[in-house]
Write a protein of this length. Structure first.
Length: 108
């Protein structure tokens, strides 16, 4: 995620990628992108960065279930991949949230 764009990756219960997108870093864009998966979606994850709080808060206010993940944990999964990209980071975070292998942080 950056101030201009955020990468979204949706995985199913088996870990298969069902949707990927690069969106404007805007809660409304993110909610619209995820709207198709509302019934099946359990939760979303964001890496805890200094500028993640506004997106976390805005998504929470729009009833999008989201968890902020400790940065060390969020970096561990994508680092195991061969190519470090924002898209691969989104995939890694989606898999971490799916499996529950993360440490959440409080957002102030």
């Amino acid at each position: 995620m950056s101030l201009q764009a955020t990468n979204v990756c949706v995985v199913d219960g088996d870990g298969n990628v069902v949707q990927e997108a690069t969106l404007e870093a805007d809660p409304d864009s993110t909610k619209l992108c995820l709207a198709e998966w509302t019934l099946q979606r359990k939760r979303g994850g964001l890496e805890a960065l200094s500028y993640s709080a506004w997106l976390f808060t805005a998504l929470s206010e729009k009833d999008v279930p989201v968890i902020c993940i400790e940065t060390k944990h969020a970096k561990a999964a994508p680092n195991a991949m061969l190519k470090k990209t924002d898209r691969n980071d989104a995939k890694g975070i989606a898999q971490m949230v799916r499996t529950g292998r993360f440490r959440g942080v409080d957002v102030k």
